[in-house]
Design a protein around this ligand. Sequence first.
Ligand code: FBP
Length: 322
Amino acid sequence: MQRVIQTLQNDGAKPELTTVIHTLLDASKEIAALVNHGALAGILGSTTDENIQGETQKKLDVIANQLMKDALLNNIQVRAIASEEEDDVVAGNKNGAYIVAFDPLDGSSNIDINGQIGTIFTIYKARKDVAADSELQFRQHGSQQVCAGYVLYGASTLLVITTGGPTRCFTLDAKSKHFLLTTAELQIPTDTQEFSVNMANQRFWSAPFKRYIDDLIIGEVGVRAKRFNMRWNAAMVGDVHRVLIRGGIFMYPSDNRNAQQPAKLRLLYEANPMAMLVEHAGGKAFNETQRILDIEPETLHQRVAVIMGSANEVDTCLKYLK
Ligand code: FBP
């Protein structure tokens, strides 16, 4: 079975880029081993610290972040990194050709309940016109990503990745410790009868979004004339993986819980990499008004609304929001 680097080289990925991906995967294998050991490895529970997002950091958030950071900053091709758990950009090797942003542990609320969690990453070419530790390094549209992916720590450990070609899925082989190609090309069905949203936030949604969800729920007796089912993993990496495998629509809309922060998910290391993976699997990815990959980045940890998945269903949702 084909290994990752061989597949990516066949996809035309430069050797410098594959070294960065290799480094990311080595760190994620260490995280996978810790996750698998759980309480035996002492990785459950929270710290007393908060990250720049104001979230209490889980022990595993901090451990995973340190593993990724140390590994990447040791790679001569990495000029800078950014992370959900780092306030600012961290400079790496001044001659590095790439910059990497990551969510070291997505789905933190699932850690202590043995639920699905993952690591999400995105790679861009380093900007030569600004300092390595400048936030401007990461002021690049999602459409300029040269690689996007996630590692899902679930029943098995999976890697889903694109370097601009097809979105591919690899499975970590426990014996050889290699990620082996198990699905050459993921293709999202254009239509679906499955939606994913945190229904507990319903009363905080805009009226048009409420109408869209109401019509999904009344299903075959309403204008949608078909029955819809709902799923919510509380981990974007798990919910989007399901969409990539069997279709669906994953949504985290803006809401009025906090006027200063209407959206939850982060553009740089959550929405943009997932949008690239979804689009390269034939799906669509928007906030409530525009294609996510075209959004002008403004700040390192900016948040955006997310509507992604089966192309026709995303179109239908956006029609309600017009
Ligand atoms: P982090 O766990 O990396 O902070 O990510 C945010 C996240 O957990 C997403 O993975 C998930 O889609 C969402 O928040 C769940 O939100 P909620 O708590 O509203 O269910």
